[in-house]
Write a protein that binds this ligand. Sequence first.
Ligand code: COA
Length: 251
Amino acid sequence: MSLAVERFDARSWPASELDQLFEGAFPPYITADQEAKAYIGRVREWFADLNIMLVEDDQVPVATGWAVPIGWNGNLAGLPTGYTDTIRRAVEGHEAGERPDTLVICGAIVRPGRTGQGLAAHLLTALRGLAPQAGCQRILAPVRPTLKPAYPLIPIETFAHWTRPDGAPLDPWLRTHWRLGGKIIAAAPRSQTMTGTVAEWETWTGMALPATGDYVIPGGLSILHVDTGEDLGTYTEPNVWVRHSNHHGDL
Ligand SMILES: CC(C)(COP(=O)(O)OP(=O)(O)OC[C@H]1O[C@@H](n2cnc3c(N)ncnc32)[C@H](O)[C@@H]1OP(=O)(O)O)[C@@H](O)C(=O)NCCC(=O)NCCS
């Protein structure tokens, strides 16, 4: 069995293969971040060289992930607020002709049925390896903890530091980053904000949302606030900032 790293756009994959790869990776409301929508097209176009695919035996796409380059002063106070602020900074920095210094790993997906086999570590290692070509000495990731939906009421600042008896992070995805040497450096309580009408949220969640209030929703890392008077549902998604060392081993 061989595993190769390719650019995502190196070949045009059949829709059925891509559907299988992405199936169930995220809840339907993941694309309801209106601000991110304004930037994602330019991200895909301008940073296509930082969007990769892991291909097994030259035919099966088993994992994919992408990153963007930003400028960051290395201080906690200078961190982006989260995912959306990261892609905004990447796009605006590129437009302004700024030289980036920090690679931010923004997405990672392992094909369902192939999780738990170490492919995520391969993928993260390949993504980190893109830093030199992007001119970056620092590496960050706003991590979307996969176990957080089991604890939607717990603040991310608390959840991020929960560990198992062996000292490893309780969250499996944070654990994978941690095993590769990643360090939790900050919480990002407002990484993304998803908004929609009440009817849209009813479709995305499969729930009736009859009254104004706070709701626990399927796959939600935090709660959904519904305002029926405004016909608006607002969900703010938290992430955890993880810093990785670069190819010199520097954090
Ligand atoms: C997050 C993701 C990339 C991790 O990939 P992975 O290949 O499972 O990662 P690993 O093999 O390193 O597994 C990490 C841990 O999760 C556990 N795990 C993996 N799949 C699991 C599953 N379906 N159920 C329960 N635990 C699982 C593994 O056993 C491992 O635990 P361990 O530390 O005790 O060994 C993958 O689950 C995924 O694509 N999820 C959907 C998209 C997503 O949330 N991406 C991250 C945000 S962009």
